[in-house]
Design a protein around this ligand. Structure first.
Ligand code: PMP
Ligand code: GLN
Length: 388
């Protein structure tokens, strides 16, 4: 492995799912739903296979899917994209982000990201030879919040990109319009590109508004908006994602993308096109059901002695394990806690330290996923409450 990649080990998600499989523990680690997406979408994929959508699709994605993505962004976000030149279908949001970074930053550039950060972000920045600069979201009484002064202080003459994520994994923070305006002001002042990872865009709770940064004045021309069908339609294994933005930026991302995977997911593309056009009511039900699951897990975790940060969106709730660790007579070390949790309680979770540059900054925090059936959430909560 080249030195820049040496720090990147097997992703925590694979590691923790393997731990769950090995021990038979309930897997509240890796974020994937345990029920399927809209039945008509699943049928559409099967029909597409029967109809022969089994060879390479066009490089930028099939026209029907690009049209459906543009339509959904217009309908749900008020953003206008030309499906022929401003929409690119990718192998999940992961590839959209990787291709955007590889296409738009070079060795010596700096990419600012919020910390805790999704694990692929530092890795793809390292692959591009650039350097990532993290700005910490800070735990306040009820949420992890962005300090705009910290963000401003992170900008240097070498900064080229801000890689943003809202709704935010792992904290569940949904950036406010004011926070996003502050980010936009800096991006415009310093002529930065923003890559906005919005994979949880439809999964916000209590009426919390998701604001795409690309809709703020002056931002459309410098923003690549990334999203994915995985979270929106509960089909994380299909890996159909997309990047939307101004023509020149999307052309650059496409140039990188074609040498990463070229194309992917032929029969899933028409199915996702169908879902974007016809299943948005299903997504609203998914969101409501996830809000209920969030409440259920938050209540269970609180009863078991965890301190929680109630998320405004995503699949995840972050807990502070300091007090429960004290009660159990253990150090408040999230990694050790997660490695022992199958034995302690028969549950798997994810230590937040893997989303930090300095693991110590995330040590007392542990992330649990609530995108699971109610009885699974209840059983996990019961097991955690019985832990001693
Ligand atoms: N970004 C974030 C914040 C995520 O949580 C995930 C994973 N689920 C991804 C990107 C990757 O999305 P995809 O599975 O579509 O590649
Ligand atoms: N996004 C998912 C999570 O945060 C995992 C995706 C993956 O395994 N790469 O749990």
């Amino acid at each position: 492995l080249v030195p820049a990649l040496a720090p990147f080990r097997t992703t925590i998600f694979a590691e923790m799912s393997a731990l769950a499989a090995r021990t038979g523990a309930i897997n509240l680690g890796q974020g994937f739903p345990d029920s399927d997406g809209p039945p008509a979408m699943l049928e559409a994929a099967q029909q597409a296979i029967r109809d022969g959508f089994n060879q390479y699709p066009p490089g930028p994605g099939i026209p029907a899917l690009r049209r459906a993505i543009a339509l959904a962004r217009q309908r749900d976000r008020g953003q206008t994209f030309d499906p022929d030149t401003e929409v690119l279908v990718t192998v999940g949001a992961t590839e959209a982000i990787a291709a955007a970074v590889i296409a738009l930053v070079q060795a010596g550039d700096e990419v600012i990201m919020l910390e805790p950060h999704y694990d692929s972000y530092p890795a793809v920045v390292a692959m591009s030879g650039a350097k990532h600069v993290s700005v910490q979201l800070k735990a306040t009484a009820d949420r992890f919040a962005l300090d705009l002064d910290d963000l401003a202080a992170a900008v240097t003459p070498r900064t080229r990109m801000i890689l943003l994520n809202t709704p935010h994994n792992p904290t569940g923070t949904v950036l406010t319009r004011a926070e996003l305006q502050g980010i936009a002001d800096l991006a415009i002042e310093h002529d930065l590109v923003v890559v906005a990872d919005e994979v949880y865009e439809y999964l916000t709770f209590d009426g919390t508004e998701h604001v795409p940064i690309g809709t703020l004045p002056g931002m459309a021309e410098r923003t690549i908006t990334v999203s994915s069908s995985g979270k929106t339609f509960a089909a994380t294994g299909w890996k159909i994602g997309w990047a939307c933005g101004p023509q020149e930026l999307v052309a650059a991302v496409r140039a990188a993308k074609q040498f990463l995977t070229y194309v992917g997911g032929a029969p899933f593309q028409p199915a996702v096109a169908y879902a974007l056009e016809h299943e948005i009511a299903w997504v609203a039900e998914l969101r409501d059901s996830l809000q209920h699951k969030r409440d259920r897990l938050c209540q269970g975790l609180t009863a078991a002695g965890f301190e929680i940060f109630r998320p405004q969106g995503t699949y995840f709730v972050v807990t502070d394990i300091r007090s429960i660790s004290a009660r159990l007579g253990r150090p408040a070390d999230g990694m050790a806690f997660c490695l022992d949790l199958p034995e302690l309680a028969g549950v798997v979770a994810v230590p937040q330290e893997v989303f930090h540059d300095d693991p110590a900054d995330g040590r007392p925090f542990v992330r649990f996923a609530f995108c699971k059936q109610d009885r699974i959430i209840d059983e996990a909560a019961d097991r955690l409450a019985r832990m001693s």
